[in-house]
Every structure is written in structure tokens, then in C-alpha cells.
Design a protein around this ligand. Structure first.
Ligand SMILES: [Zn+2]
Length: 120
């Protein structure tokens, strides 16, 4: 048996922006911002906020807004025969004791059947 796939695996692309101030060869301060370079100062940790205020004095120029793209895999999900939904990050064991691989195929159990709730 296998899971009923409720969501297929997806590649998710993420575009973020950073206001970058070069402080020297190979070193810089970068602050998360929107595409226009607006930094949400309230969300910065104290040390970063302090550095950002130093950068705003013009010590390292005006800085530039850079685009940072990354991607990640959103794993598939599937519903077990018992009704529980599992995220398929690898081999998964459902609370009912069934095991599935990342494709949602049920794995054979070896040895004693120790599925919880079953009498011997
Ligand atoms: Zn289950």
C-alpha cells in the first residue's frame, strides 16, 4: 500500500534583498530590506541596528541593494490509511506504525509486528 499524496514535492525559489555596505576588501555589512532598500530597523538585532546606524552616517558610502536568490525543496505530503498526514522528508513512521519512504511507498516491516495498539 502507499500513501495518498496530498501535495507533491516542489522547488521553491526565494528572492530576498539586502542593503549592502562594503567595509573593506571581502567584507561588508548586509541588512535585510525590500527591493527599494528599505530596512525594517525594528526587526534588526541590537548589534545589527548599531552597525546599520554607523552605515547610515555614510562612512561606507551609500551602499547598494543586492538581490539574493535561493531555493529549497518543499517535501511532498501524503495521507496514511489511518488518516494522518505525513511530510515525506525521508523514511517516515506514522503513529499507527506504518512506515513509508520519501515517495510514499509503504516499507515492509521486519521482525515482530509491534504496531501500537495491536494485541499479540
Ligand atoms: Zn498511519
Amino acid at each position: 500500500m502507499s500513501l495518498t499524496i496530498t501535495r507533491t514535492q516542489e522547488y521553491v525559489d526565494v528572492i530576498e534583498h539586502e542593503h549592502k555596505f562594503v567595509t573593506g576588501p571581502g567584507s561588508w555589512f548586509g541588512f535585510p530590506c525590500d527591493a527599494e532598500g528599505n530596512v525594517d530597523v525594528e526587526k534588526l538585532p541590537d548589534a545589527a541596528r548599531k552597525n546599520y546606524h554607523i552605515c547610515l552616517t555614510g562612512k561606507y558610502g551609500e551602499g547598494e541593494v543586492v538581490e539574493i536568490s535561493s531555493s529549497y525543496i518543499e517535501p511532498a505530503a501524503g495521507k496514511c490509511e489511518c488518516g494522518q498526514v505525513l511530510i515525506l522528508r525521508g523514511d517516515q513512521t506514522c503513529d499507527c506504525g506504518r512506515m513509508y519512504n520519501r515517495s510514499g511507498q509503504e516499507l515492509a516491516r521486519t521482525g515482530f509486528d509491534d504496531r501500537p495498539g495491536e494485541e499479540y
